[in-house]
Design a protein around this ligand. Structure first.
Ligand code: GDP
Length: 496
């Protein structure tokens, strides 16, 4: 009879990123002092409450003959997101976001589409805003996100969630293309999401749909009737004209995308909205991307977790399950997640609790372990050298149109065979949150000329890890980008 303890055992254990020296010592069954000494050998001066990143934890663990699986705090690699077998995929409804300039009728259009459905007797309950709703049409079902605008859209994308399949660009026929129309086009293009144009307010006497078509054709959105590829639908949200046609066109466009998902797996998706309700606690709207969410599932959403107690749709109907592209409001999370947080159904509620606790901790210290690492001018040269990037994307902001154009052109001229400079958005005005979110979602830097960024915007930039540089002289901006492209020279940039 052999003594099991005489065999060297490789201990295997799951740890989460951000574990402290003391906690790791306990797991490895050694004194913390030993780890501190080993860390010193690695030139890391640590206390027992020091939190460690994945590489350090793995190094220490392997030195103690333990096999550890370090679970990162953030990022979709956290749970095995194995690709689905094509034969398991089933068609799903398209998810649509409405974008466009302020006052062009986004809210009223969302409302009108929804009321049409209610009028057709699909309802039964009291409609409530949960952040998304589905409409049924003879040709299929469409999921609308009813937080219009590109900020929400890009926030999702910055979090790594692709919550939108198709954008409906609303342009008022009496007003034409305006700055936020162009901004919306930039956002949709960067996300590679197709656009269907809804020319709204055609009931107005001064409506001029042809002018909208001409203006958009100049921006690369050629109407189909003029030999282009973009679908235009004329509507009136107020008089409820053209809505059925719009839904039909959305479904036709979506057909080309061949949207599919595996409904028979544990659910994964994105948090659309969340709030604390006095009576019901944490209330969150989740959009399922794949799998089927069920009442009773254990869910980890951002830095919070819980068991789904109840689910319902925008009409207050209780649901037991929600499949791909279905938005549902759920009760049962322990805390309020953030819009854009990714959620997963987990098998092991204990692990969910631990990850949740550590994420909360990391957020509290304002120290997001493993937060997305974006391109910066400082790491640009390394990334080019290592072949990590072939393209430097830039969001350009300037005080006047002339300087924006000059800066854009000069930056784009810096392209060479190793790296292409691509300005993904250029506009006048101060740097705002949506610039930062676009940069974050697209792994771009922001270059400003004679503009400001307020504290709120700076905080977003810091949180998202987006490099923002503001210059007073165009020449400096161009020189700075050029120098950093080719060397690690420390030139005289001004950082906000
Ligand atoms: P948003 O800022 O894009 O969400 O625009 P709203 O939906 O709030 O609409 C702005 C204004 O335009 C409101 O006063 C609406 O009543 C009006 N409006 C929206 N759609 C139409 C339409 O089809 N025809 C007319 N005449 N007015 C509209």
């Amino acid at each position: 009879h052999r003594d099991l303890h005489s065999f060297p055992t490789r201990r295997s254990s799951d740890l989460t990123e951000g574990i402290t020296v003391a906690e790791l010592a306990q797991k490895l069954d050694v004194k913390p002092g030993i780890l501190i000494k080993e860390l010193m050998d690695l030139k890391i001066l640590a206390t027992i409450n020091q939190k460690m990143d994945m590489t350090v934890v793995e190094t220490l663990a392997s030195a103690h003959d333990a096999e550890v699986e370090v679970v990162p705090l953030f990022g979709s690699e956290m749970f095995q997101d194995t690709p689905d077998d094509p034969k398991d995929l089933a068609p799903r409804s398209p998810v649509v976001t409405i974008m466009g300039h302020v006052d062009h009728g986004k809210t009223l259009l969302l409302d009108a589409i929804r009321k049409t459905k209610v009028a057709e007797g699909e309802a039964g309950g009291i409609t409530q805003h949960i952040g998304a709703y589905q409409v049924k049409h003879d040709k299929g079902t469409i999921t609308f996100l009813d937080t219009p605008g590109h900020e929400a859209f890009t926030l999702m994308r910055a979090r790594g969630a692709k919550a939108t399949d198709l954008v409906v660009l609303v342009v008022a026929a009496d007003d034409g293309v305006m700055p936020q129309t162009l901004e919306a086009i930039d956002h949709a293009k960067e996300a590679k999401v197709p656009i269907v144009v809804a020319i709204n307010k055609i009931d107005k006497p001064e409506a001029n749909p042809d002018r909208v078509k001409t203006q958009l054709a100049e921006r690369g959105l050629q109407p189909e009737e003029w030999g282009g590829k973009t679908v235009f639908v004329e509507v009136s949200a107020k008089k409820r004209l053209g809505l059925d046609k719009l839904l039909e066109m959305i479904l036709l466009e979506a057909e080309i995308l061949e949207l599919k998902a595996n409904p028979n797996r544990s659910a994964k998706g994105v948090v659309l909205e969340a709030r604390l309700d006095k009576g019901r606690g944490s209330v969150a709207t989740l959009l399922v991307e794949k799998g089927t969410l069920k009442v009773g599932d254990d869910v980890l959403a951002g830095s919070t977790y819980g068991r789904v107690k109840a689910m319902h749709d925008d009409l207050g109907h209780n649901l037991k399950t929600a499949g791909p592209a279905v938005p549902v409001e759920i009760l049962g999370l322990g805390d309020v997640p953030q819009a854009g947080d990714v959620f997963y159904v987990v098998d092991d509620p204990k692990m969910a609790r631990e990850i949740s606790a550590r994420r909360m901790d990391a957020l509290k210290d304002n120290r997001i372990v493993g937060a997305m690492k974006h391109i910066t001018l400082d790491n640009l040269f390394e990334q080019i050298k290592e072949g990590q990037i072939k393209e430097l994307k830039v969001v350009v902001k300037g005080d006047v149109q002339g300087s924006v154009e000059a800066l854009t052109q000069s930056l784009e001229k810096l392209s060479n065979e190793k790296v292409v400079l691509k300005v993904i958005r250029s506009s006048t005005g101060n740097i705002v949150n949506s610039d930062i979110l676009l940069a974050s979602a697209s792994n771009a830097i922001v270059v400003g000329f004679n503009v400001k960024a307020d504290t709120n915007v700076k905080a977003t930039a810091e949180k998202e890890g987006v490099d923002v540089r503001v210059y007073k002289i165009i020449y400096d901006a161009v020189e700075d980008v050029r120098d950093r492209k080719s060397t690690r020279l420390n030139s005289s940039h001004i950082t906000i």
